[in-house]
Design a protein around this ligand. Sequence first.
Ligand code: ADP
Ligand code: MG
Length: 484
Amino acid sequence: MTTVLSDREEWDRIKTRLRAELGEDVFSSWFARVELDSLDDDTVHLSVPTRFLKNWLQSRYRDRLLALFGESYGSVRQIEFSVRSAMRPGTAQIRETTEAAPAPARTIPFPGTNGARPPIAANAAVGARHAGDHEDVLAGSPLDARYGFGNFLEGRSNSLAFAAARRVADTRPGEPVGFNPLYIHAAVGLGKTHLLQAIAHAAKAQGHRVLYLTAEHFMYRFVAALMAQSAIAFKEALRGIDLLLIDDMQFLQGRQVQQEFCHTLNSLIDGARQVVVAADRPPADLETLDERVRSRLAGGLLVEIAAPDVELRRSIVAHRVAAAKKANPSLEISSSVVEWVAANVVSSGRDLDGAVNRLIAHNQLTGQEIGLEMAEAALRDLLRTREPRKVKIEDIQRIVSKHFNVSKADLLSARRTRTVVRPRQIAMYLAKALTPRSLPEIGRRFGNRDHTTVLHAVRKIEEMATADRSFADEIDLLKRMLDG
Ligand code: ADP
Ligand code: MG
């Protein structure tokens, strides 16, 4: 149909759109490891590393993918997912046609680890077992062995969260902890998942019955149990645990799932079982969450992990370097490079990890020694990610209305004249691009519009920016005015 190269480019473009629609976290959980295998007349062949991911994409994103591919290739009628063999990553081995497959999730996927470090939400599902099996029902999202308390570095920004986490892990089941649920919130990369998994490891080691689940996994498991008509077993199993850890709470969606989660939460807490929740924002800002769940979550101990200060950054970098040296004794990274990275890569633990990995990769690929000059060149793009300013939707509305000389009332009104429509779309686009708000939340803040209206605006502005250089510059300018 087209050359391989342009198919790839088309696929990259589709991924960029998905990333903009879904946000970085959701996108990377579900799409980071999807590969385009081939494209024939009417079928797109995508491959993924796990069955779990395959089922999930099939049930939740097939239509969206179909629509996006359809825009690029009018002839595309179906999307076929296959599971890549774990043995030879990157090659499609077991091809499973999804066309004939019944509704996904007749079985509950049973996640396990496959050595590699999967994105937390999208794990290797080694086989699928039937939902009635008690053990299966209690299987959680996989834990990364490296995320222990021993590897978690304490600093001023996280000492409260760290202490609370240790306390929870050390408490015997049934013994009152004093704060239940424990709710940890922080921006991405600041160690939430690490801490939650450290609690899980430590509590497990003491023989506690522990369940660690990402919110998306919780949803998926619950829906799967409903479909397999084993929801009662699932609920009972949930209530039989000592410690429930839910990661990335901001992704819990759907009324029925939230209701179920609420029941679970209530019965665990009332039964003196510990619950720990992590999210990227405090409960009050989880706007799509059921009011009862929100207030129950807010009723325990809330702790925020702030951005790491330079001491903590230094010790994270130094630890990563020491670990790399252990694996590769000939590696040389001087303390001045460590110092430089700690001073200049200021955003998160994840970026610090990435920085060290990149220095090592550059060194191994080019043979260039790891000095300041190389570090500066290799890490240029990480340096720009200073602690992002928190942009508020009000700021966006204010700046956009000033810039285009329309009143804020017009911006939020139902008026459809061109002079108002475009600035409104731009403002909605900026809200999506610069704040962590979801599409429905943004819609609400723009005169109670539907989330599809917001989505349309985001796409429209993206398209225009791609097509028109000067328009793109104007958007850039607005971004800089807001982002500082
Ligand atoms: P989050 O879940 O908040 O997005 P993660 O727990 O995934 O963040 O952390 C991102 C990376 O940074 C992980 O590799 C984690 O081990 C590391 N990291 C973050 N904070 C710390 C810390 N205080 N000590 C050691 N490593 C950290
Ligand atoms: Mg996380």
